[in-house]
Design a protein around this ligand. Structure first.
Ligand SMILES: Nc1ncnc2c1ncn2[C@@H]1O[C@H](COP(=O)(O)OP(=O)(O)OP(=O)(O)O)[C@@H](O)[C@H]1O
Length: 329
């Protein structure tokens, strides 16, 4: 089967809801409103948006847990509604914060059970379970009932469960939610390695640093609609998100004050004496500012550059500062 990726076209999902409580009039809530997404093999694709933007609904449709109201999802050219069984073999879902394993079974029993659900051949399954338990650091706790696991251990088991069928496509909905920093870092490494080996990954996360570290391409959605797409760097450029350059100087003679004014830098007293000149600007302005200060006879005691973050870009997009949709090449 060719690895053509996951192709989402004009996806819509409406939920029937009742306004004003149980006996109110029936209406519909549109959670996903015409999305197009491409999740190719071997790439980590991000899906970002504020609370209620439609991310979880989209991921659940891709995982075949929900049926779309209209539109199509094709996984390696298989239709996710008509060929749902075959699609399920090729995908898996890891959702942080949701109970995805059985507490009245051991870790190993859980993986055995889910492996059988995915039709993993028994002789392969035994070896794969050992491999996955070791990968998520649960070898010692393999035969302990999950109800005795800590939250982090349960989440690690959910990660192993998500990999049990060696999925071609991995859907990650807040996968590091509630994980300790070292375990979250290990998970990011595993995900990066899987993608490098050809797995297609879709990631939603509120930790934008994680998205920035992992994702080659990011879709930003709001109210179930497309708002912007591109690499984290492209999104930052498109929204004009600025970094911060901070230069500490021991004193500000008139020529240096004039440089600060010319660059539009703000001046604040530094803790250990002197002043800090702060410039909100693209990162590449640090060099010219420092050179101008030295050229004006000033001295520099510290120089700090903070790059623009993806968080700034997403905030700019979702608070309406940048009128969407933003079109990138
Ligand atoms: N079963 C449902 N019935 C009615 N409305 C729903 C249902 N599931 C989701 N919604 C609504 O659809 C919209 C999208 O929800 P969804 O959970 O997909 O958003 P999200 O982007 O994942 O948000 P979050 O970041 O908070 O997880 C929300 O307004 C939500 O209230």
């Amino acid at each position: 089967m060719p690895d053509t990726g996951i192709e989402v076209r004009d996806l819509h999902k409406e939920f029937p809801v009742r306004d004003r409580g149980l006996f109110g009039p029936r209406t519909t809530k549109t959670a996903v409103n015409g999305l197009d997404l491409d999740i190719p093999a071997g790439r980590i694709t991000g899906l970002l948006g504020l609370n209620g933007a439609g991310k979880t609904t989209t991921i659940k449709i891709l995982a075949t847990l929900l049926r779309p109201t209209s539109g199509t999802v094709r996984v390696d050219d298989l239709d996710s509604v008509a060929d749902a069984r075959a699609v399920r073999r090729r995908i898996n879902l890891i959702a942080g914060g949701e109970r995805m394993v059985y507490t009245r079974m051991t870790g190993r029993e859980n993986l055995w059970y889910f492996g059988q659900l995915y039709d993993v051949p028994k002789r392969e399954l035994r070896a794969r379970i050992d491999e996955l338990l070791s990968l998520v650091g649960l070898t010692q706790a393999a035969d302990t009932m999950v109800e005795r696991y800590s939250r982090g251990m349960t989440q690690r088991l959910a990660i192993a469960r998500g990999l049990i069928n060696d999925p071609a496509y991995l859907l990650l909905d807040e996968p590091t939610l509630g994980l300790d920093a070292p375990i979250a870092r290990d998970l990011r490494r595993v995900v990066a390695r899987l993608a490098a080996e050809g797995t297609g990954v879709l990631l939603t996360s509120h930790y934008l640093a994680e998205v920035e570290e992992l994702c080659a391409h990011v879709y930003v959605i709001a109210d179930g609609r497309h708002l912007a797409a591109g690499s984290p760097a492209e999104l930052k450029t498109a929204t004009g998100s600025l970094g911060t350059v901070r230069v500490t100087v021991p004193q500000v003679p008139p020529a240096v004050a004039e440089v600060a004014t010319r660059f539009g830098a703000t001046r604040t007293p530094a803790d250990g004496g002197g002043e800090i000149l702060t410039l909100r600007s693209p990162d590449h302005m640090a060099g010219p500012l420092a050179a101008a200060i030295v050229g004006a006879g000033g001295a520099i005691t510290a120089l700090e550059i903070k790059e623009a973050s993806l968080e700034d870009a997403i905030l700019a997009l979702t608070d309406g500062t940048v009128p969407g949709p933003v079109v990138l090449a």
